[in-house]
Design a protein around this ligand. Sequence first.
Ligand code: 13P
Length: 247
Amino acid sequence: MSRKLIAGNWKMNGGLAANEALVRSMLDGLSGPACGIALCAPAPYLSQLQGLLQGSPIDWGAQDVSAHEQGAFTGEVSAAMLRDFGCRYAIVGHSERRQYHGETDETVAAKAQRALAAGITPIVCVGETLQQREAGETEMVVKRQLAAVIHTVGHCISEIVVAYEPVWAIGTGKTATPEQAQQVHAVLRAQLAAATTNPKRVHILYGGSMNAANAASLLAQADIDGGLIGGASLKAPDFLQIIAACA
Ligand code: 13P
């Protein structure tokens, strides 16, 4: 496996002044990071990130991308538009989009395909709800979610990033234990291995209340290749400590 990847998902937070201060303190605190780093901002701030991060070790990405190529889709942002600015990543299928915006496995797969076609790496999120975990459905749910993407993108599956984000752990302060997370990551790795000859090339990130205190033990697991960080990516010292835990 190549270097780990730590990606921040700011969700619908930030503002011009706050973003600049946050990014500057992150850049000031970085010293030869041992991992890949990315920040995913709300769409209006992507060109701000492009400017602030130019020439730095931090890449940037969007939090969503349209499933359509172009045309009459008011409010949507296409993969080609993101690519125009040099966007590297796009989160697709975050549970908040599945839950509040009715995104289906098929929509998520179409979005992943649009991103790939434009040269953007989709960060495909999968994860079970608490109810599904308690019903013993975790494995079935994450496999179904990933299978839709494999089905649609075919051999390009080795070009994606997967993020396992148990819904019950997102923004709740409840983290999956390293063992619980590793168990699901191993399932996802096996599923990728059946679809590509290079399953180790795919980063499988863990997301859900990852923070400065628990990052090291999660990142020490064999199949945890990085993190997708919500709340802690809004605080430079916390985000920097998670990055440092990759060393
Ligand atoms: P938190 O780190 O705030 O739990 O959010 C995780 C997440 O949803 C990242 O995409």
